[in-house]
Design a protein around this ligand. Structure first.
Ligand code: GTP
Length: 124
């Protein structure tokens, strides 16, 4: 988990336990990936199984708002609306936004002596 410019946290909308694991997982990410504000997208998977849903869409939206990240519900099995691809595209956009913010911050505040600037992202 030490490598990665951005992360998608996926829970299963039919499994409340997986939703409850999101917040601790996010805290762990923030701890491991310093500085803060890791580019993140929250995804509720298995939206085709609405009849056995245990997590409401609004709960996912609320958690994403608390985590200040984008939120999608999708189905890996029936991705008719293209939400899976959109979640990945949004993560790439967020990585770019934060990369630009880091550059602006360093230009405004100056590079500290001995500071190593490593910027990298992968084009998909
Ligand atoms: N109906 C439905 N099934 C899915 C979806 N995504 C994954 N699955 C199914 O869920 C099962 C577990 O999928 P895995 O990819 O192994 O994921 P996992 O992390 O082991 O997930 P769980 O076993 O559900 O905790 C498989 O049978 C998948 O086909 C989805 O969007 N909709």
């Amino acid at each position: 988990m030490r490598w990665g410019d951005g992360f998608i946290i996926v829970y299963d909308i039919t499994d409340r336990g997986s939703f409850e694991d999101v917040a601790p997982l996010r805290s762990l990410l923030e701890e491991v990936k310093k500085p803060k504000n890791v580019p993140l997208v929250l995804v509720g998977n298995k939206s085709d199984l609405d009849h056995v849903r245990q997590v409401a869409t609004e709960e996912g939206e609320r958690l994403a708002a608390e985590m200040a990240c984008a939120f999608y519900e999708c189905s890996a099995c029936a991705d008719e609306g293209g939400a899976v691809a959109e979640a990945f595209h949004e993560l790439c956009r967020e990585v770019r936004r934060q990369c630009i913010c880091t550059c602006v911050h360093m230009v405004v505040n100056g590079l500290k002596p001995g500071c190593v600037l490593q910027l990298e992202w992968t084009t998909i």
